[in-house]
Design a protein around this ligand. Structure first.
Ligand SMILES: [Zn+2]
Length: 67
């Protein structure tokens, strides 16, 4: 771990692992359509020591409406 990270803590910067995107022409043969072939993964990466932590997407919970 970086000295400063140990001192101040990590400086997390959001980064993404872009999935491989395949470009295909549509039916018209003119327009390119991007098809992501995988999930986009979100990370936080420390700007100093490049340590990574995966961002856990917030759980979606059904909000109970009063009434
Ligand atoms: Zn760090």
């Amino acid at each position: 771990m970086n000295f400063f990270c140990r001192l101040f803590g990590h400086t997390w910067v959001p980064v993404t692992d872009n999935p491989k995107i395949s470009w295909n022409t549509g039916d018209d043969g003119l327009v390119l359509h991007a098809k992501p072939s995988g999930e986009t993964r979100l990370f936080d990466e420390c700007a100093r020591c490049r340590e990574r932590r995966e961002i856990v997407p917030p759980k979606r919970f059904s909000a109970a409406k009063p009434g």
